[in-house]
Design a protein around this ligand. Structure first.
Ligand code: 15L
Length: 270
């Protein structure tokens, strides 16, 4: 049976979420072009592996040749030095969009993060239209990437879905994740919906499962047909038994971004 896409580019393919995408997106594309700065192992017959640094435009440009869409999950995945964030996330994401423009790719799915809005207080439920409130240099780079996508849509008509991922792990790892958790299967579903939705323009959606506690109003995601199937509540007892509840005034408990909001500047002496 023919698949909806001929070729998809996936960046960050050696990472935690990149590995999920590598396994799941082959159902929708004849070929996957996979890239990462790290080793990606052996290529399957439908795969093309290109190890490269997203900060090098000369390396990134050919990656976008002949692809139907880009799933951009590459870059630095947590707080780090400004230099690494600048190269991996800011320059790297600029290179992806510029390569898309030069090679005529019409849609980018971007793995943004809750850390773009991490300084909202947990007493506030926010939707995807609120102003950015980054909690870290990492969060700031996600704000840049979301705005970059908006610019490339307004000026050049390249569509984007920016998935502000909560916490995507095999299971929730602490109390905060009872609200922010995104199962791997729901992650694949929201990426798949982002690829298939007929018209997205520039969208921001939250990457969250159907958790009973929640910080985000995710109606925008329903408009692309995303219906979360999993819930952190299946793990609630286990998590609550393992982790004592935090003082609600501690930054880790108080803000959407948890510890990212509570941490100082990454480059200060520890
Ligand atoms: C993220 O953006 C990180 O990539 C991930 O490792 C977690 O820290 C997650 O946010 C989170 O907020 O739990």
């Amino acid at each position: 049976m023919s698949k909806p896409f001929k070729r998809l580019l996936i960046t960050g393919a050696a990472g935690r979420l990149g590995r999920i995408l590598r396994a799941e997106m082959s159902a929708f594309a004849d070929h996957l072009r996979l890239t990462d700065i790290a080793d990606m192992g052996e290529a399957a017959p439908h795969e093309e592996l290109v190890q490269c640094d997203l900060a090098s435009f000369a390396d990134v440009l050919p990656l976008a040749e002949g692809v139907d869409a880009i799933i951009h999950a590459g870059g630095v995945p947590v707080e780090n030095t400004f230099e690494l964030i600048l190269n991996g996330n800011i320059l790297g994401t600029y290179n992806i969009y510029e390569a898309a423009r030069q090679k005529g790719v019409k849609r980018v799915i971007y793995t943004s993060s809750n850390h773009a809005i991490g300084f909202y207080d947990r007493t506030e439920t926010i939707d995807a239209s609120v102003p950015h409130r980054p909690d870290s240099l990492y969060g700031l780079s996600k704000c840049f990437a979301e705005d970059l996508g908006r610019y490339y849509w307004d000026k050049f008509g390249i569509e984007s879905v920016n998935i502000r991922i909560g916490s995507s792990f095999e299971e929730p790892l602490d109390r905060r994740m009872l609200a922010t958790w995104l199962s791997f299967s729901d992650f694949s579903q929201i990426v798949e919906r982002s690829l298939h939705a007929p018209r997205v323009g520039h969208m921001i959606v939250y990457g969250m499962s159907a958790n009973r506690e929640s910080l985000w109003d995710n109606r925008a995601a329903s408009s692309i047909g995303y219906v979360a199937k999993d819930s952190a509540d299946a793990y609630r007892e286990k998590v609550e038994a393992k982790f004592p509840s935090l003082d609600p005034n501690e930054p880790a408990a108080r803000y959407h971004g948890g510890n990212f909001a509570g941490a100082g500047h990454f480059e200060d002496p520890k």
